[in-house]
Design a binder for this molecule. Sequence first.
Ligand code: FPP
Length: 260
Amino acid sequence: MQRLLSELAVGEKDYKLARAIDPARLPAHIAIIMDGNGRWAKNRHLPRVSGHRAGVTSVRTTVTTCAQLDLEALTLYAFSVENWKRPKSEVETLWRLLRVYLRAELPTMMKHGIRFAAIGRLDALPPIVRAELDDVIQKTQKNHGLRLNLAINYGGRAEIVDAVKALTEEARLGSVEIDEAAISARLYTAGLPDPDLLIRTSGEMRVSNFLLWQIAYAELYVTHTLWPDFTRTELLEAILDYQRRDRRFGGLEPASVRAR
Ligand code: FPP
């Protein structure tokens, strides 16, 4: 939190919002469905890929802000298992943007101590994309700050299938207790806290096969803002909104948001 405040000018709107956030009750993990790039471009009579290009700026701002807030994890939905249905040219542009992003952002990741990971069925990605992902994963693996997960060729059901397959294989080889912890430990997000806050831009009221297991008790924040227009201000507003929720986790007593 202090790192964010030191970046901001006293009196500016984001400074006031950041000061209003209780640093002891920050979400440990934020997950975001970045939606609306195509509509953003259409509204400007631009090709869809311009929306994705503009969306990269929102990715940069969001990642940096979460690192400056000292969050434990941020998971961004960049490409779903269903997104292969899009025109080949759009899919190829997304890979190109991802590669440019990874190369350009490595110094920022190192500066902020970000540990990068990619989650999803990565074997199906073009080898050059896979190689660049592996490179950034390897170069940031010793960092201890924000864990940034990019969900690529990701599907929540596919992830659960993969976890169940791993568990079944282990059960075949020896005894393994099958309970919720055993499944969580075999998901792509093993070892991370479940998201406390799930943000979706562009107003759609769906979870679109994202982190289905992990969002069981996440607080949802849906905004009509299109992803390329999503700013640091709105991220801070989403966190403040989250801090006003009563989280009961199925019980009767409001647990409020958890203290870290
Ligand atoms: C959804 O908007 C967005 C995506 C499918 C891709 C997200 C990609 C980016 C934000 C840019 C590249 C990312 C990185 C990490 C470099 P949509 O195209 O479904 O929008 P629409 O619903 O308005 O058509």
